[in-house]
Design a protein around this ligand. Structure first.
Ligand code: HEC
Length: 190
């Protein structure tokens, strides 16, 4: 072997080993979150959530105030859940709440098929199932191990109280406190 290469060999080996260790020790952002977030407000918006499987897309909410279109993503752990079972611990949902295009009088401008049209992102809601997530919650508001966070489009915390999230989602107890459970599995096909 060329003497220069011989000298560099141990360096290269150490470098390769350290790269391998670094990769082995760097869990995805999603799994880091499920380990650290225990309570409402602690889930952050995962950086890569837009590359996750879509849960449901283009949900029209003309009844909401303000009127909205919603995009929902779920991480792989959640996506792999089979119908009839609760979502696995480690499941994360991210829901983008968009405003809709309005005319000068405040009425929605519909597209050719009568649908609302997406405008600016208003808020991002995150909901995750974490071990003991419901432990410190008022039992009247506990929704299993789900915890909730809400952010403004700027990335700052939204003023929405997480007791509000719980107040609504409580009604979905039969479906693991997840609203669009049936619709998701119908679309996914299992
Ligand atoms: C007024 C009742 C209400 C409140 C308050 C509410 N939700 Fe929901 N949530 C819904 C409904 C209804 C859906 C189904 C999607 C839709 O129709 O917009 C939903 C869906 C979701 C989903 C997608 C998974 C699913 O259940 O289908 C997430 C994530 C979510 N909400 C998080 C939150 C968070 C976080 C908060 C609090 C900041 C919150 N929600 C507050 C009613 C509510």
């Amino acid at each position: 072997m060329n003497p220069m290469l011989k000298k560099l060999m141990p360096v290269a080996i150490i470098l390769m080993i350290s790269i391998a260790i670094a990769f082995a020790n760097s869990p995805s952002p999603a799994s880091t979150q499920t380990v650290t977030a225990k309570a409402d407000g602690e889930l952050t918006i995962p950086k890569d959530y837009q590359s996750w499987p879509k849960y449901l897309s283009g949900i029209q909410r003309p009844d909401a105030n303000p009127k909205q279109i919603r995009e929902i993503y779920v991480n792989q752990i959640g996506y792999d859940t089979t119908q009839g079972h609760p979502f696995a611990e480690g499941t994360l949902f991210v829901m983008e709440n968009y405003g809709v295009k309005l005319d000068a009088t405040g009425n929605p401008v519909l597209d050719a098929s009568g649908q609302l049209q997406k405008d600016k992102l208003l808020k991002t809601f995150v909901m995750g199932k974490v071990k003991d997530g419901g432990k410190s919650v008022d039992p009247a508001l506990a929704t299993g191990d789900w915890v909730y966070s809400a952010y403004l489009a700027s990335g700052e915390k939204a003023p929405d109280p997480t007791t509000g999230c719980r107040g609504c989602h409580l009604s979905q107890k039969e479906k693991d406190w997840v609203y669009r459970y049936d619709e998701f599995f119908q679309k996914k096909g299992k």
